[in-house]
Design a protein around this ligand. Structure first.
Ligand code: NAD
Ligand code: TDX
Length: 339
């Protein structure tokens, strides 16, 4: 029996890394190839537990390197491409948008070309709810798959552009694709530039936590393992050409998130420091996941159970995030924040 080959791009990052581990363990009959450039956001230490397994391999490459990507597709003949690789941090896109266009738009187009030339069973493009822009604070409003695309940051504009290319390769060339648009993820191996791991690591070190503006902006949080199960379902059962929103109805203001973490770690709210707002800061995101639920998906974590698991994980894996904080990250933090 020929084995199924799955290319996971960005599998050294946060969500792609969790997805690689999920797939390697759940599908011993699939060969999982992790392709990643190992930018500041990628590291392979997280895969120590799977790297000796026969169904896992790693390739270091840039998704925008046409020659490297074409020859890999020719050699491997992948059935599935699950595309996570991206520049993912909104604040970095505000200071340096160019690399977001390079990786997120041009890199995605190279992968689509390779999939078109060598043929695939399914290309899953992992996108974000941020392509829809922002909602107001009316709790009855949600992003559905029919919400118009109105990205506000260079990051979300680059993701929206790649979504449109994926759609066009389906409409024009009949490429079998799905686009998933997930809400904010959190969980193990979340890079500490993002709100939740930044808060956990700083509170543990008794350092001030920067909260943008008045802290009332709302995000809709999903544990990364629930995102993984959603993508597993879409890759196997998704109808070609369709978009699926992913979210678990876990809206929280940023201030609520930060206070929840401070409380769980028995520290004081005095650690909160309100700082200058993010430029173009989207007010609220909230996902209507009905379409994916109809396909058979349910999340397993609420925000309360998920954040408890996540805090416990950060307490048990200090060496992973302390290693990041001690490197180049320090320069980034000092440029970004004046606290
Ligand atoms: P991340 O920044 O943690 O990881 C990105 C990975 O991509 C890193 O390992 C990095 O080395 C790799 N990469 C970057 N440029 C590359 C290139 N040119 N070639 C090959 N590899 C490259 O990101 P994440 O938070 O895990 O997000 C993964 C995907 O999910 C992204 O496409 C993002 O838009 C999407 N997404 C993220 C969230 C979230 O809350 N984090 C929510 C919805 C969707
Ligand atoms: O120091 C901070 N203080 C703060 O108040 C940081 C880093 C963030 N924030 C706020 C900004 C947002 O309202 O917290 C909220 C969450 O911020 P991020 O963790 O940067 O996430 P966000 O901008 O919402 O984007 C994330 O979710 C959607 C991911 O980074 C994206 O890749 C994904 O597409």
């Amino acid at each position: 029996m020929t084995r199924i080959k799955v290319l996971v791009t960005g599998g050294a990052g946060f969500i792609g890394g969790n997805f690689v581990q999920y797939m390697v363990n759940k599908y011993p009959d699939y060969d999982i190839v992790n392709l990643d450039l190992l930018t500041y956001a990628g590291d392979l230490t997280k895969h120590a537990g799977i790297e000796s397994k026969d169904n896992y391999s790693f390739v270091k490459a840039d998704i925008a390197d046409r020659q490297a990507i074409m020859s890999l597709f020719e050699q491997e003949q992948f059935q599935y491409v699950i595309h996570f690789a991206a520049e993912s941090h909104v604040d970095r896109s505000i200071t340096d948008p160019g690399i977001f266009v390079q990786t997120n738009v041009l890199g995605t187009q190279v992968l689509l070309d390779a999939a078109k030339v060598y043929g695939i069973t399914k290309f899953v493009h992992v996108s974000t709810d941020e392509v829809y822009g922002e909602l107001d604070f009316d709790p009855q409003t949600f992003f559905t798959e029919d919400t118009p695309i109105q990205p506000n940051s260079p990051y979300s504009a680059s993701k929206a552009s790649s979504d449109l290319l994926v759609r066009a390769y389906h409409e024009t060339y009949g490429l079998p694709v799905n686009i998933t648009r997930c809400s904010n993820n959190y969980g193990p191996y979340h890079f500490p530039e993002k709100l939740i791991p930044l808060t956990i690591s700083r509170v543990l070190n008794d350092q001030k936590v920067p909260v943008y503006g008045d802290g009332r902006n709302i995000r809709d949080w999903l544990h990364v393992w629930d995102h993984c199960s959603a993508i597993d379902l879409v890759m196997h059962e998704g109808i070609n050409g369709e978009v699926y929103n992913i979210g678990g109805h876990n809206e929280r203001t940023n201030l609520e998130v930060v206070k929840t973490i401070i409380r769980a770690l028995h520290k004081s709210n005095d650690l909160i420091e309100f700082v200058k707002d993010r430029l173009g800061h989207d007010k609220r995101y909230a996902i209507d996941p009905t379409k994916l639920e109809q396909l058979g998906w349910q999340p397993t974590y609420t925000f309360d159970t998920g954040i408890e698991q996540t805090i416990a994980w950060y307490l048990e894996h200090k060496e992973w995030w302390e290693q990041i904080l001690s490197g180049e990250y320090q320069n980034y933090f000092e440029k970004q924040y004046s606290i």
